[in-house]
Write a protein that binds this ligand. Structure first.
Ligand SMILES: C[S@@+](CC[C@H](N)C(=O)[O-])C[C@H]1O[C@@H](n2cnc3c(N)ncnc32)[C@H](O)[C@@H]1O
Length: 244
């Protein structure tokens, strides 16, 4: 079986930025703290659509919903958020409100987010709005009302602490915490239980990860887990549902 994020790990040239962040192949961010890329090198925006949106049954599940709460482990560059916001603007029910709540240990600076997202003209408007609103002080919770229908919260700090303090009601989860082999904390039994406990009945998760211990932790938490074909030639990914 291939490593589910193996194509994130092939390195090339390096230009140091912050202690945790390097730039490779131009504007591709790479975490030296975790030894991994932030998104797949084929096309992170299309990967988001395949893994996180389709894996959670989105945008179809937005139909008929006036409020929808998405949780994400690992905000990173905000790529998943911007792509989700772009699709939400086009495909959600009239007047419906999206709350996207992400949990991030090392929030990036606005200029780093802007550089990473500059690769995709499709999300130019979302990138600009996000970086314009993004604060300089990155502690506690970043809370941004980006338009009349979209609110972003980024809870800064370890995900287990943030999720454990969060209120229930999540409809979908994007599990995006680097490769499980490099960052077991983001896939631990405790964290999977904490997010399961805060998921609404029929709520879902999706991830590019396919490691056996991740699947077992999600099943032990209570999710019904399904294997699907991964993005860009990856054999498998996982998605699942909290039984009603
Ligand atoms: C693969 S990247 C996420 C990419 C992101 N979703 C995007 O759209 O760009 C994983 C993220 O998880 C964060 N992270 C790693 N360990 C964490 C932890 N224990 N708690 C919270 N965030 C963590 C990293 O700092 C990194 O930003």
């Amino acid at each position: 079986m291939t490593d589910p994020v193996s194509d994130r790990t092939e390195a090339s040239e390096t230009n140091a930025a912050s202690p945790e962040l390097e730039w490779r192949d131009g504007d591709m961010p790479y975490s030296t703290a975790f030894g991994d890329h932030f998104y797949c090198q084929t096309d992170g925006r299309l990967e988001c659509g395949h893994v996180f949106l389709a894996g959670n049954g989105l945008p179809a599940r937005w139909q008929g919903r006036q409020n929808f709460l998405i949780g994400e482990l690992g905000f990173g560059t905000g790529l998943n958020f911007c792509e989700t916001w772009r699709q939400w603007r086009q495909l959600s029910a009239p007047g419906a409100k999206l709350h996207f709540m992400s949990f991030e240990l090392y929030p990036m600076r606005a200029e780093e987010i802007g550089r990473a997202l500059s690769h995709w003209p499709e999300i130019d408007g979302e990138r600009q709005a996000l970086t314009d609103a993004w604060p300089v002080d990155l502690q506690g919770m970043v809370s941004l009302t980006l338009d009349a229908h979209t609110h972003l919260s980024v809870v800064c700090g370890p995900a287990l602490e943030g999720v454990s303090r969060a209120a229930p009601g999540f409809d979908a989860w994007y599990l995006d915490g680097f490769a499980p082999s490099r960052n077991a904390d983001m896939w631990s039994p405790e964290l999977m239980r904490a997010l399961y406990d805060r998921t609404s009945p029929d709520g879902t998760f999706a991830t590019y990860a396919a490691a056996g211990f991740v699947r077992r932790n999600l099943q032990a938490a209570g999710f019904t887990v399904e294997r699907r074909k991964g993005f860009a030639g990856k054999r498998e990914m996982l998605c699942g549902v909290k039984p009603a």
